[in-house]
Design a binder for this molecule. Structure first.
Ligand SMILES: [Fe+2]
Length: 136
């Protein structure tokens, strides 16, 4: 089942980071599928954990380039990443206590909005800087 489809409109103009975002969309679709099929909480939680781990790897890659290229919007961007991580840590705590349907709805809604918004607004701001340093 599909929640998000990656298209060229989602491109940030850097192959490596586009590939990361594609992988993230695919993990979001797996999570959606797991929730829609009413898999056990354990199964959904495993997919969620995989998404959290992968996002950590992805943020580290972006942040490495921020340092390398002295990116001028590094601070605002990194603070968005940290806020996301805090929100996900809260979701992981809530998963045990919130009724399934409330949890799933809130989680998917948050994830869809956050990733589309973050890629579309914040990530696209680094395209020019990264490209000017030869990273495409
Ligand atoms: Fe980012």
């Amino acid at each position: 089942m599909t929640l998000l489809v990656w298209t060229s409109k989602n491109s940030v103009g850097v192959k490596e980071l586009d590939a990361h975002h594609q992988k993230i969309f695919s993990l979001l679709n797996s999570l959606y599928s797991s929730i829609a099929k009413a898999d056990t909480k354990e199964t959904s939680k495993n997919v969620l954990q995989e998404l959290i781990n992968y996002a950590q790897y992805h943020f580290a890659a972006e942040e490495k380039y921020f340092d390398q290229f002295n990116y001028d919007q590094k601070d605002e961007h990194q603070s968005q990443h940290r806020q996301y991580e805090q929100k996900m840590a809260q979701f992981i705590k809530d998963i045990e206590t919130t009724p399934d349907f409330v949890f799933s709805y809130k989680l998917l809604d948050f994830l869809e909005d956050w990733w589309l918004g973050h890629i579309g607004h914040e990530d696209k701001k680094y395209t020019q800087c990264f490209n000017s340093h030869g990273l495409f």
